[in-house]
Ligand binder design. Structure first.
Ligand SMILES: CC(C)(COP(=O)(O)OP(=O)(O)OC[C@H]1O[C@@H](n2cnc3c(N)ncnc32)[C@H](O)[C@@H]1OP(=O)(O)O)[C@@H](O)C(=O)NCCC(=O)NCCS
Length: 194
């Protein structure tokens, strides 16, 4: 499930591509915008309970092109690293995963979504395993966190399956219609990652 450590270069900048079993995670690029828009458009009902950005305008290629440009800037600034998730077999785009340095010194937050028609095939877990390894390969990063609402059983299952531990639950105002307002903070420390 985890990528070969040799595929993950240590340092300040993460690799732009990691092979991760059934999927490849590859830096988001402008030519993905159409496929992202189509995947989001076909998954709106599936994503909307959990992803506040999942609105009809997110299914527009122009919106996604602008997002890619923003993601590029954040990558170059070292703020966030956004990847497309592609099937290893055909290169079909099935979702996205990203690492964000917004949760404090030494910590990185991992986020992900998989298109409705592609869920339940291990893609979310495989991509998340790969990016967990990538995060811990970055210098100064000792901890990876997954934040998900307590009602989001699918997302919690990914965290649990990868060996994250539930650190705490914080109350917060729900940001999307499926959310309970109880935010689970799942944590994987470098020491526990083996
Ligand atoms: C969460 C998500 C990324 C999982 O991706 P995926 O590719 O479908 O996940 P996988 O196929 O790797 O399966 C992961 C585990 O979740 C389980 N699972 C999936 N949906 C579930 C649900 N609704 N309830 C309980 N378990 C669920 C699967 O059975 C599997 O566990 P298992 O192998 O131990 O049985 C995907 O469902 C998704 O994009 N959801 C909407 C967006 C979202 O919630 N993103 C995360 C926000 S924090």
């Amino acid at each position: 499930m985890s990528p070969d450590p040799a595929d993950v270069a240590a340092g300040d900048v993460p690799p732009e591509r990691v092979d991760a079993g059934p999927v490849v995670v590859r830096r988001l690029r402008a030519s993905d915008a159409g496929a992202i828009a189509a995947a989001v458009g076909a998954s709106l009902e599936y994503l909307q309970p959990w992803m506040p950005w999942a609105t009809p305008s997110a299914a527009d290629r122009g919106t996604q092109l602008a997002r890619v440009a923003e993601a590029d800037q954040r990558w170059e600034s070292g703020i966030s690293y956004t990847y497309s998730v592609l099937t290893a077999e055909t290169g079909t785009l099935v979702g996205e995963a990203a690492l964000h340095r917004r949760v404090g010194d030494g910590s990185v937050e991992l986020g992900y979504w998989i298109a409705a028609g592609q869920s339940g095939r291990g893609y979310g877990t495989s991509a998340s395993a790969a990016l967990t390894s990538v995060a811990l390969s970055l210098s100064g990063v000792n901890r990876v966190e997954i934040h998900c609402d307590a009602a989001n059983a699918g997302s919690a299952a990914v965290a649990r399956r990868l060996g994250y531990r539930l650190d705490r639950i914080e109350e917060r105002r729900p940001e999307a219609p499926g959310e309970s307002g109880r935010l689970m903070i799942w944590v994987l420390d470098r020491a526990a990652s083996g």
